[in-house]
Design a protein around this ligand. Structure first.
Ligand SMILES: Nc1ncnc2c1ncn2[C@@H]1O[C@H](COP(=O)(O)OP(=O)(O)OP(=O)(O)O)[C@@H](O)[C@H]1O
Ligand SMILES: [Mg+2]
Length: 237
């Protein structure tokens, strides 16, 4: 079997001396969507931070495209092709939409960012209309589009999203999921944490149910949706 495009393998670590993750493993293949679900406080955001290098792991490793990147800083991981949209504070509210996108391209010096910005505007047309408006004036769903667009500006091969649909209506959630599917189809791997577990697993190639920092269930999205115990305990029946 070939190695997944990204794997955070057997990750153990937390904040200070307290471990939050206990041998947690998360993986995603090229151009596929992997979804992490689980109760509040399970360690989902912590697992994302660990994969992105914001956490010192006491055990385990992170490998991207066959390379061990466990020792790299978040900024070095961005250069390797990772994009991360955190759960909170993921845009600059006083800056315009366009300035947010320009900030997203911070690691790019040599080439033309205009083309990538066009791709972001093609994906999220509303952002083009509002490009000169402060991002803080946008609706919740539009702000999440800015955050995703900003992460796309580095042209990542892996896009990590921590609760991209938090606080948005069901219709806006469906639209965001459609855009996420579109991004994956363009060849970008997606690793996503979602509170809307059922809907997220419907679009997931791979799903992970995390409980207290460990893998409780790992399977295809469809298999998890069909599993009676997963349904009863984590999907509301
Ligand atoms: N910066 C931090 N310092 C210390 N402890 C933290 C920190 N961030 C999170 N924790 C703790 O780690 C545990 C897991 O938190 P985490 O944010 O990873 O959960 P989560 O699964 O993302 O939850 P939610 O669904 O509410 O977003 C919690 O007990 C939390 O209190
Ligand atoms: Mg979280």
């Amino acid at each position: 079997m070939t190695e997944p495009f990204l794997i955070g393998e057997d990750m153990t670590g937390g904040y200070g001396s307290v471990d939050i993750l206990h041998g947690c493993t998360i993986a995603v293949d090229r151009g596929e969507i992997a979804v992490i679900v689980g109760p509040n406080g399970a360690g989902k955001s912590t697992a994302m931070k660990a994969v992105f290098g914001m956490l010192n792991l006491r055990g385990g490793r992170v490998r991207l495209a066959g390379e061990d990147i466990t020792a790299l800083s978040p900024q070095e991981r961005v250069r390797k092709g990772m994009g991360f949209v955190p759960q909170t504070h993921n845009i600059f509210t006083s800056m315009t939409v366009e300035e947010n996108l320009e900030m997203g391209a911070f690691i790019r010096h040599d080439d033309d960012i205009a083309e990538t910005m066009e791709q972001v505007y093609a994906l999220f047309p509303i952002l083009r209309d509002k490009r000169h408006q402060p991002a803080g004036e946008l609706s919740g769903g539009q702000r999440q589009q800015v955050a995703v667009g900003r992460a796309l500006m580095t042209r990542p091969s892996l896009l990590m999203l921590d609760e991209p649909t938090a606080g948005v209506s069901p219709i806006v959630m469906d639209e965001l999921f459609d855009r996420i599917i579109e991004i994956a189809r363009s060849g970008i791997s997606i690793l996503m944490v979602e509170q809307n577990a059922r809907q997220a697993l419907e679009i997931a190639h791979k799903g992970y149910v995390l409980v207290q920092g460990t893998n409780r269930f790992s399977d295809s999205g469809a298999a998890l949706l069909a599993d009676p115990e997963v349904r009863r305990s984590f999907l509301g029946g």
